[in-house]
Design a protein around this ligand. Structure first.
Ligand SMILES: NC(=O)c1ccc[n+]([C@@H]2O[C@H](COP(=O)([O-])OP(=O)(O)OC[C@H]3O[C@@H](n4cnc5c(N)ncnc54)[C@H](O)[C@@H]3O)[C@@H](O)[C@H]2O)c1
Ligand SMILES: [Zn+2]
Length: 377
């Protein structure tokens, strides 16, 4: 069955994974087409819409209206907002709710929220009845450009983030860029760090474009759609090459090794959001690359300047409440990353758009670098 879909104001990015391929549809106002798209993909399926309290308050009525208008039967699960929901307790509650709601193998879960809801609902979908298909309707910038694409799902262990999970690809990602209009500016800005990351990894032209047009992305015009689509295309290309991160999917971790250590040092709290840590981590990855003679200092300065003009942190001294010393930070890095024969793997760079995997980094070099950075004001 084919239902004609409005194509005028949408950009479609394909994630090419053979039988697990799916579309990412991006455009302002696309939420209204959710029911119609699901009916076309999976006629007769029942839905369970999983969301958090904040997203529910702003947008659940519109999502339900879109689903009902297509004559689809749906139920909903509303969970507390925030990272704490990526826990065994909430996961259990969600799985039991899906079972009580009589969701069958042929039905669908809709993950309607930021990365927390996407990871949690995706993992519940992967597990209940040994796997139910699901649709991602991401509502934060971070989720629209990163977490909703690629099929990584999961929850946190008391020993670390995202340690329990599954690869489970969605069957559709619907990105309505208007949903971001209600997102707090700080969350939007943090998500922007991931957008810039794609330019810095492998698309110098995109980064140059961002330097000129970033304000239009924040304002919400067509530049926002373009930036999100370009980001999704970059992620889709890498995921299609290396779905399970055996190889160059690791490039997506640019800035994340330093970033995770800083997030952990700040207690994964509001002192430092993930995207803020990524901005700082990318600035550090460029500075560390410059110190090793891989990239000119001026290029590293250019990247820091861009993040600073957007309002993202670029110096360690900007982290509220201070940081532990270089030894402690290095410990956080080596907890997060495997040390192979005494060496660490980092994503380093030869310039904007030229990130690469460096598997042979001496922890002592990282420690000395961090000590110098901590001493800077
Ligand atoms: N699976 C992946 O590949 C992947 C990649 C990156 C990050 N992640 C995960 O994503 C999570 C972070 O995602 P996030 O930054 O989206 O956080 P989040 O889901 O916690 O959302 C941030 C806050 O914004 C609120 N919110 C969401 N949409 C809103 C809207 N439209 N208007 C107003 N408020 C809104 C939420 O209620 C929450 O309070 C982390 O758990 C991280 O591990 C996963
Ligand atoms: Zn990230």
């Amino acid at each position: 069955m084919t239902v004609p879909l409005r194509t005028a104001n949408q950009i479609v990015v394909k994630v090419d994974l053979g039988p697990r391929s799916y579309d990412i549809a991006i455009g302002r106002g696309l939420l209204a087409s959710l029911g119609q798209r699901i009916a076309a993909l999976r006629p007769g399926a029942k839905l369970a819409v999983v969301t958090d309290q904040t997203v529910a308050r702003y947008h659940l009525a519109a999502a339900e209206a879109a689903i009902e208008s297509a004559g689809i039967v749906s139920g909903g699960v509303i969970l507390p907002a925030g990272e704490n929901s990526k826990s065994f307790a909430t996961y259990e509650q969600l799985c039991e709710s899906l079972i009580v709601g009589r969701l069958e193998r042929t039905d669908l879960v809709v993950a309607f929220g930021g990365g927390v809801i996407g990871d949690l609902a995706g993992f519940a979908a992967a597990s209940v009845r040994r796997g139910i298909d699901y649709v991602q309707v991401p509502t934060t910038l971070l989720a629209q450009v990163d977490s909703s694409v690629g099929g990584k799902t999961g929850i946190n262990s008391e020993h670390g983030k995202n340690l329990i999970g599954a690869f489970h690809q969605p069957i559709l990602v619907l990105v309505d860029t208007a949903l971001l209009d209600t997102l707090p500016e700080r969350e939007f800005r943090a998500g922007y760090a991931e957008v810039a990351k794609y330019g810095l990894i492998g698309d110098a032209g995109f980064f140059t474009w961002l330097e000129k047009h970033w304000e239009e992305i924040f304002e919400g015009g067509p530049a926002r759609e373009y930036a999100i689509a370009t980001s999704c295309r970059a992620k889709a290309t890498i995921v299609a090459r290396d779905e399970r991160e055996n190889d160059d999917r690791a490039l997506l971790n640019l800035g994340h090794t330093f970033g995770h250590a800083l997030e952990a040092a700040a207690g994964f709290s509001h002192r430092l959001l993930h995207g803020e840590a990524v901005a700082l981590g990318i600035v550090l990855a460029f500075a560390f690359s410059a110190r090793r003679g891989l990239v000119p200092e001026a290029e590293a300065a250019r990247v820091a300047r861009h993040f600073a003009s957007v309002g993202l942190p670029t110096r360690l001294s900007e982290i509220e409440g201070g940081l532990p010393d270089a030894d402690q930070l290095l410990k956080l890095i080596t907890q997060d990353k495997k040390v192979k024969q005494g060496k660490l793997t980092f994503i380093l760079t030869r310039g904007v758009g030229k990130a690469f995997i460096a598997p042979d980094i001496d922890p002592a070099d990282v420690r000395a670098f961090l000590a110098d950075k901590l001493a800077e004001k």
